[in-house]
Design a protein around this ligand. Sequence first.
Ligand SMILES: [Zn+2]
Length: 112
Amino acid sequence: MTSRTRAATYARRRKRRMARVEHDLTDVQWAQLRAQWGGCAYCGADDPALQKDCVLPISRGGRYTLANVVPACRSCNASKCNLEVTTWMRRKKLDERAFLVRQAELARRLIE
Ligand SMILES: [Zn+2]
């Protein structure tokens, strides 16, 4: 009984937390992001079904916004999961610096 109540409390809290979070990425912005990256933001794969990946995962306070979303292929998205992007990229031996610079530039350009 106690654990059920606790679970319900956590669920309510999570719902409230998510409601406060702003997810303001529009479909147009998402299309622009995909066009600018021209493939998976992490490995460059040209996956026709690129997925929205939060650079800073939702579980760590990230949001679906222009500055935090990049297109990712299914394989990168699944493997990154909710790891911190730098930790994950280092582990995968991907160029995190090049990624972060490009990501910041693209986001800035699209926001302007
Ligand atoms: Zn990829």
